[in-house]
Design a protein around this ligand. Structure first.
Ligand SMILES: Cc1ncc(COP(=O)(O)O)c(C=O)c1O
Length: 398
């Protein structure tokens, strides 16, 4: 039985009926996205906020669906800042990411960014110079790459080991000295985003406890009064075991206790999640164009490819999918039955693979393969110009 929601199946059928060419499309389930975002935010303990990391999927209908539920948007480039501000002039925005241009910092001040997450001492110096010259105030967090005794064991590590993200702990005294020499840029707290793809809520709670203890120690060591800690995003989606997802409500209960014990709720705790919020609302559909056998292996070539949907190639995983069978198979076209099959796209590279050697009951030409969890880091991270294939259709269920 396919796990594709009925509303998505209906939309796919309509899209299929619009064109005589085989189908390739992204379908986004916005009612489900709203429901999910609301549930995620409502679960948060008091004193916590959820910002959406626009980089996961900055499509306008997606941002529009999320805006009423999340506390704001996190942007990571001047481009994202312009995009979000142009369409959501009143939504709170925070601005992180490495390699900000001086013009990005100017823009952040002009466009009323609530907090800039400063990534290095040089960036801090530039921001202080700009704010001083323009005689304006700007609040910041310092993004710190914390040393961890126990390195997080996820597949995408942004901290705890040497990385270009944030500044090392040893920079804090210099950053505070720099801040002390001026009064335009104000420190509100610290930012940590040490990993992505976190699937284990207990490990994540352990990491957040470490942040809280560390900030408490810094407050007394450096005589600081901190009002805010950004604990980043990084909550994962279990692509290989979709039935075992991160337990958000269990995590939030644990966080509630943690905040009571370790922070006394003295600080605002902010999340900036992307993948966990939008991945489940997106579906990438490719119609099977050809099925062939080579030695002991079967291959199904789908309309589209990793130039539209880079997620499986980027994560080196077999992407979960469902099959919507066609009712009018070409009589002469081959079918793979009760065998494993490798699903590929139309690109002339062996890397254009969605899933390898996955058992199917029956897959034939004209069937629609629907990849779930395609709503984050999918279309927008893909090398869309490669081979000049047309773009997929895009449909947002309202
Ligand atoms: C600083 C920062 N914050 C938030 C995110 C969002 O991460 P995710 O989509 O895994 O929640 C990222 C992703 O790379 C990031 O680098």
């Amino acid at each position: 039985m396919p796990e594709v929601p009925v509303s998505v199946q209906r939309a796919i059928k309509e899209l299929k009926g619009q064109d005589s060419d085989p189908l390739c499309a992204y379908v986004y389930d916005l009612p489900e996205l709203r429901h999910r975002a609301q549930g995620i935010v409502e679960c948060l303990p008091p004193g916590c906020e959820m910002f959406y990391a626009a980089k996961a999927n900055p499509a306008l209908p997606v941002l529009g669906a999320l805006a009423p539920f999340v506390h704001g948007f996190e942007v990571a480039s001047g481009g994202e800042l312009d995009w979000v501000r142009r369409h959501f002039p009143d939504t709170p925005v925070i601005f992180g990411g490495p390699g900000k241009l001086a013009s990005d910092l100017e823009k952040a001040i002009d466009q009323n960014v609530e907090l800039i997450h400063v990534e290095s001492l040089l960036e801090l110096q530039r921001l202080c110079d700009i704010a001083g010259r323009r005689q304006v105030h700007q609040d910041i967090l310092l993004r710190i790459n914390l040393e961890l005794a126990d390195t997080p064991s996820t597949r995408l590590t942004m901290g705890g080991v040497p990385t270009p993200f944030g500044m090392e702990e040893a920079c804090i005294p210099d950053a505070l000295a720099l801040l002390g020499r001026q009064d335009r840029v104000r420190l509100r707290g610290f930012h940590f985003h040490l990993m992505s793809h976190q699937l284990d809520e207990k490990r994540h709670l352990g990491l957040i406890r470490h942040y809280l203890e560390t900030v408490r120690a810094w407050e007394s060591r450096y005589d600081l009064t901190i009002t805010e800690i950004n604990v980043g995003g990084g909550i994962g989606i279990n692509y290989t075991r979709p039935d075992q997802q991160f337990d958000w409500s269990g995590f939030c209960s644990g966080l509630d206790e943690l905040l009571q014990v370790y922070s006394g709720r003295a600080w605002k705790i902010r999340f900036e999640c992307g993948r966990f919020i939008t991945a489940p609302c997106g579906f990438y559909v490719g119609e099977v164009l050809d099925v062939k056998r080579c030695g002991e292996e079967w291959f199904a070539i789908c309309r589209g490819g990793t130039h539209h949907f880079r997620t499986p190639a980027a994560q080196a995983h077999d992407h979960p999918f469902d099959i919507l069978p066609t009712h009018d198979r070409e009589a002469a076209a081959p079918v793979v039955a009760n065998h494993s099959v490798t699903l590929v796209g139309q690109l002339c590279t062996p890397k254009d693979v969605f899933a390898r050697r996955v058992d199917v009951e029956s897959l034939g030409v004209g069937d629609l393969v629907v990849f779930r969890y395609a709503g984050a880091y999918a279309w927008n991270i893909s090398h869309q110009a490669f081979l000049m294939h047309p773009h997929p259709k895009e449909h947002f269920i309202e």
